[in-house]
Design a protein around this ligand. Structure first.
Ligand SMILES: [Fe+2]
Ligand SMILES: [Fe+2]
Length: 131
């Protein structure tokens, strides 16, 4: 079973561009999780970089859309994003420096963050960004 399974009712924001990016995010999280399960260090490194690249791209997209629409929750939303980007780049730096491995617990942390952020924080921009 995949670590992250898409469900419209749980994760849908009513903003197609964001939903599609969230699906891509899930697919990259799952790809990284597979490499973690297989304990393939070079694969883990590639998929980790792939995931972090897309996380940054996705957050830039959301923040641009929120800015364009004058969304009032932007500052708080951006703080949440910054926190995950810092966590991800810290993992990335330490992993590539050989100071840590990406393990199941790391994946659980990423999953828990997404499981909170998308249904609780992202969903709030739906009404502002979808019309
Ligand atoms: Fe977000
Ligand atoms: Fe998002």
């Amino acid at each position: 079973m995949s670590l992250m399974e898409w469900a419209d009712d749980r994760y849908g924001t009513n903003v197609d561009l964001c939903d599609n990016q969230h699906k891509e995010l899930f697919s990259r999280v799952n790809a990284l999780n597979d490499a973690v399960i297989n304990r393939d260090r070079s694969d883990i490194g590639n998929r980790l970089d792939n995931l972090v690249d897309f996380v940054v791209k996705h957050f830039e997209t959301e923040e641009r859309l929120m800015e364009e629409r004058g969304y009032s929750g932007l500052d708080h939303h951006r703080q949440e994003h910054d926190l995950l980007v810092r966590t991800c780049t810290d993992i990335q730096d330490k992993f590539h420096a050989g100071e840590m491995d990406v393990e199941e617990i790391t994946m659980t942390h990423i999953k828990n963050w997404l499981d909170h952020h998308i249904p609780v924080i992202d969903k709030l921009y739906g009404p502002t960004l979808s019309n």
